[in-house]
Ligand binder design. Structure first.
Ligand SMILES: [Zn+2]
Length: 204
């Protein structure tokens, strides 16, 4: 079905749902339309997170670490369709390519809004897109390079989950922190430490 037809069907199902829950009255008149739009905003399945990085620039930067923090991301949890939101810090070790700084921020947004997901998936998606650029392992090995042709990629995310706050354990302040390391960040403790120190500097 096309997008418009799908929207109409979703609204109709949501109206049925409100009826089943005996929810009616002026506050609910526009609710099916609003909730349909909300759900659609988090199911941009066509978002190509790899395309976000297409505009990388050839440039030599040896012995440098690029770290960007406070990159917002948000999504709907795949298990409850309840929002979660947070920030990511992304670091990489450029070799022959750099990526526009705005692209790192856009990658966080794109990864979160592609499909209802989990924080784990969003974190590893960001790392893998930067590391492998959407290519499979053998292609990466054959080229002896990566998505950014970097020597390593590191991502740390921290998020608050609506489904933890208002149901289940009911712990609204619980913060979930997840890291995904690739390349030098895996095998060099010094490199990992340097990244985490840089994140701590700006992440108070
Ligand atoms: Zn959940």
């Amino acid at each position: 079905v096309d997008t418009e037809t799908r929207h109409v069907l979703i609204e109709a199902r949501l109206s049925e749902l409100l009826n089943l829950l005996h929810l009616s009255g002026p506050h609910f008149d526009e609710t099916p339309r609003r909730v349909a739009s909300l759900l659609e905003a988090f199911t941009h399945q066509e978002v190509d997170v790899v395309a976000v990085l297409k505009s990388g620039l050839e440039s030599n930067h040896d012995n440098m670490m690029v770290v960007q923090t406070n990159i917002p991301f948000k999504g709907l949890c795949a298990h409850h369709l309840v929002p979660f939101w947070g920030e990511a810090a992304i670091g990489y070790l450029p070799k022959t390519r750099v990526v526009g700084l705005s692209k790192l921020a856009r990658l966080g947004t794109a990864a979160g809004e592609r499909i209802p997901s989990t924080q784990e998936t969003i974190t590893s998606t960001i790392a893998d897109v930067l590391w492998k650029g959407g290519r499979n392992e053998s292609e990466v090995e054959a080229e002896n390079g990566t998505g950014l042709n970097s020597a390593g990629v590191a991502v740390v995310s921290r998020a608050w989950h609506g489904c933890m706050a208002v149901r289940g354990p009911n712990v609204p302040r619980a913060q979930t922190v997840i890291s995904a390391m690739r390349g030098a960040f895996v095998y060099s403790p010094n490199t990992k430490d340097e990244f985490l120190n840089m994140v701590n500097l700006s992440w108070k």
